[in-house]
Design a protein around this ligand. Sequence first.
Ligand SMILES: C[S@@+](CC[C@H](N)C(=O)[O-])C[C@H]1O[C@@H](n2cnc3c(N)ncnc32)[C@H](O)[C@@H]1O
Length: 397
Amino acid sequence: MDFSTPGKLRLTCAHGQADLLRDELLSYGIEVDHVDATGIECTGSLSEAMRLNVLSRIAIRVLYLLESFSCDHPDRLYENASAFEWETVIPADGYLTITSTVKHPSIDNTMFANLRLKDAIVDRIRSVSGKRPDTGPRRSGIVVHLHWHGDHAMIWLDTSGEKLSDRGYRRMPHRAPLRETLAAAILRHSGYDGTAPLVVPMCGSGTLAIEAALMATGRPPGLLRNTFAFQQVLGFDKDAWADIRRELKPRKSRHARHRPPPIIASDIDPAAIAATRQNAETAGVSHLIDIHTCDFADTPMPDNPGHIILHPEYGLRLGCATDLRTTYARMGDFFKQNCQGWSGWIFTGNLELAKAVGLRTSCRLPMRHADVDARLLGYELWSGKHPKTHASPQVET
Ligand SMILES: C[S@@+](CC[C@H](N)C(=O)[O-])C[C@H]1O[C@@H](n2cnc3c(N)ncnc32)[C@H](O)[C@@H]1O
């Protein structure tokens, strides 16, 4: 495949994060053609897809459009897909995974659509080369995604393979960790850009603090990962990939000199602190995070105000709601007494408990955490001086 041929790229993201993703692409000078609930689309080649896999903090996958056609029956899917030159994309001795989202009356089990597409690809490659790729569920080879809604089908190459939220640094997940892309989205919504201090009490496995350290030092998250599905595509150019990684690597000298404003993480549980230390070490940012084992209210605060983000338990699967009511009330007291002048944020999946905080919210951003309907609640804790914030306008009233 020619990695320089322009095509259509789709970057998928968590529900509700597409505006942030659009802003992220605009910041790289990439024009966005389309935004919907779960992603954005833009024009770009496979080489650009490689860069975006490394750069994006918000995207979950980067897809490249291979084929688009009208499709009213599984036989049309087979015919159209077998006319495509798969032998230029997939090594005959490679490994293939098919994923799909299908909404068509002729299909009551998406596995059937996947099977028809797999047969079309495998039959085509066998007829050309006499060999066929292995197929299965692993995302370690070529990943092809079918999107068939109504009478229109699109076949995408999933250039990421494993989700981009799996950055590779979280070897110790601890309890109820945030997905890395969600942590990055929370930081962006809070206005964090690495120019003011950040305090993360209740840090758990350290995801917010680690993502912040990566942002503050301009380290693209994809540099932490070695494997992406595009590396398996025929025509993949190892040297061009090495050049992209070299170019996106922050310069050593500038990097060594630049120490961002303090990033402080704390948790009451020593196991959480061990996980934060280990994960920050793996991510190469442990020297940028001050880590403390303590109750959230005892977290040492820097002199200059910045952003403080709490992610407490919700009492749904973890913890007990009655005890947590006291914790949430104490969080409100802590904000009032210790965080004047700060931009305060609580991320929670329990809106009943959130009422116990007892402070007026300045914004309430709907988000999803795993299957939980969550909110990022913003609080202006005025004291005369306050840091720069630019919470997203996507505010629930
Ligand atoms: C939902 S988890 C945070 C997960 C984290 N955002 C991550 O990505 O891993 C909540 C954390 O709050 C901590 N915690 C609970 N009560 C606390 C308290 N009073 N003071 C400090 N930390 C507390 C727990 O130990 C737990 O690690």
